[in-house]
Design a protein around this ligand. Sequence first.
Ligand SMILES: *Cc1c(COP(=O)(O)O)cnc(C)c1O
Length: 426
Amino acid sequence: MRNADLFGRALQVIPGGVNSPVRAFRKVGGTPKFIQRAAGAYLWDVEEKTYIDFVLSWGPLILGHCHPAVVEAVRDQAVRGLSYGAPTELEILLADLVCSAVASIEKVRFVNSGTEATMSAIRLARAFTGRQIIVKFEGCYHGHVDSLLVKAGSGLLTLGVPDTAGVPEGIASTTAVLPYNDTEAFDEFMKTNAAEVAAVIVEPVAGNMGVVLPKPGFLETIRTRTRDCGALLIFDEVITGFRLCFGGYQDLVGIRPDLTCLGKIIGGGLPVGAFGGRSDIMDLLAPDGPVYQAGTLSGNPMAMAAGLATLNTLKELNPYEGLARVMQVFSEGLLKSAGKALVPLTVNRIGSMAAVFFCDGPVQCFREVMNSDAKQYTKFFHAMLESGVYLAPSPFEALFVSTAHTPDVMERALQAAEKALTALSG
Ligand SMILES: *Cc1c(COP(=O)(O)O)cnc(C)c1O
């Protein structure tokens, strides 16, 4: 079997040949690799080529592919039933873990994706506050929810316009889009609009425009202003939850949002999302309250089992310092090779997540991300792929390491990177 043949077949029956657009390689060109299996830090495509995987299913697989504890948990559950549509103890166990790990979460509800989590959280915020406006930040991604697929209008203080076909202007105009890391712009907006704001939703570390860390004071200001005006603060920790510590980024910086969205790692590779927070807000959900929210497969035992096995293993291993060290060595190696090759490169990193930008730094907002050299990334991506290193097929995505990315695996990846960066200088 060949990748190209499968892609040809896929194109016949699946729009663009893929079930999520970035997988189609349009941002970097070429044919997507069709994966037949994975283990630890590695992927194998259908042509039996091996890759070191830095995508890790876009974040969930912090323990690498096929971690024995996760495989065993899923196998054990599968023979007892895939889904019951009735409550199970597994849901309580995972909810207990999440509530005890994330300080701001008193109650949590499980859904099937990060998109569902953010969609439900903003519905809840609107119901709780009786207001309509949602504030989001440029470059942050919160899933494909209508009112969050919105870009900035013409002026800084105007409301948003649709960022995709199919979103009514009326819905887009209930969302304001402000520049990430720009505390002044946020203050300015709140001065005139605070009384109408239901919620501010933010990725506390932006992980969908590469990786961009919050500047000191940015999140703190958002917390203070939202509290002062009675708006809710929603942290979208779908990527950062359980990735940077056992809990959320909020626990590292000591900021308590009112609601938190989770996903990715808490499902261990199966489809899961969750949203949780203050009890007085969460209790507005049906069946206790007037906010409808439901799901046929929500909290299904397979996903709960995979999530529980993942979180319990993380709790036991506490791998976070080790993962951060692995990523530090990797970024330092990349920067050294880029320096030798005279290729401008900036690496943003925190813990086990990082992004490479082909430009001189710093890169602290969406505009600076977009100003990096996407053509250089494309060349780098293909050189790495050729050498057996699978990076995200887009210049504006994070790369992740897992507990399976051992020093010898990373050394091989660095050798490939040195070769790729040297080729870029010519
Ligand atoms: C991936 C992601 C989502 C969407 O999650 P899905 O499971 O893809 O719907 C939402 N927010 C953030 C920050 C994400 O990274």
